[in-house]
Design a protein around this ligand. Sequence first.
Ligand code: ZN
Length: 312
Amino acid sequence: MTDGGEAPSAIDTVIAGGWVLTMNPEREIYRTGAVAIDDGIIVAVGQRTEILTRYRPRRLIDAPDAVIMPGMVNGHRHLLCCAKGAMPEGGQTLTALRRFIYPSFAALTEDDMHVHAQHAAAEMIRFGTTLFEEPGCNHLDAVLEALAASGIRARTGPWTWDQGGAAGTADLPDWLRMDAPAALRRLTDGVETVRKFGHPRIKDAVTIEGVGTCSDELTRGAAELALDAESLFVLHKSTSEREVELELAAFGHRPVEHMDEIGALNERTLLNHMTSLDDRDVAFVRDAGARISQNPTSAIKLAKGTTQTGRR
Ligand SMILES: [Zn+2]
């Protein structure tokens, strides 16, 4: 080149023209930006003119009115739960679960699960989610197949409980009944199944239900399994004031303190919902290095009172 400039490199794709929201340390936003992609990898982000000077894309996607942003992460998306709009209004967490949600989960066949996984993945991708955590599905093989074909990234494991927790067995469906050792085998098998499937976008999780449906033996065992397997221990915890009352009555501790007490709170733990907390609960989570996934649509649907009973 006689002008001293370099010839533009040929690459696969440039998306150009819209607002580009970067996640770089300066949190830069380009008003008329562009993203250069080659072989599935983002190779550059910058102003449109600069990117199109440096790169000659085989495919140019002109997106002047679009927001071009990193994929969003959904920390809690049940693949068992796709019948949106079917759930009755006015439920309380524990009764809604036992009288409507668990029975609806129990009714799903392997084919249903495959369709649910396809539908949920397509919906998330459509709205910009590229990674989600699935907190316990059934028919894991069908789910893995559907997710692999979808293009989304995920963590998942099998729906697991032993129906041995503080909330008792009243109104629980006759579905996946098992004792704690069988439940722990199901979790171990789940991790192995996902790893054997070997898809680079799909990781395993040690998924138990919580919400007063799991014994201490299962909860502790699952926490240890996630540590040993370097996986993620996922469960629903402190999901309502009623759950807190039941654990206080059964153990003399609130749910999060009880997890700490039995040695089940560690840095591989992801606690879902967490809508009924006090300051000590927050300290237990912080000290253990555990993580939280807040689920605001569920909290609103069930009018959990999070603004009164939660913590920031
Ligand atoms: Zn959930």
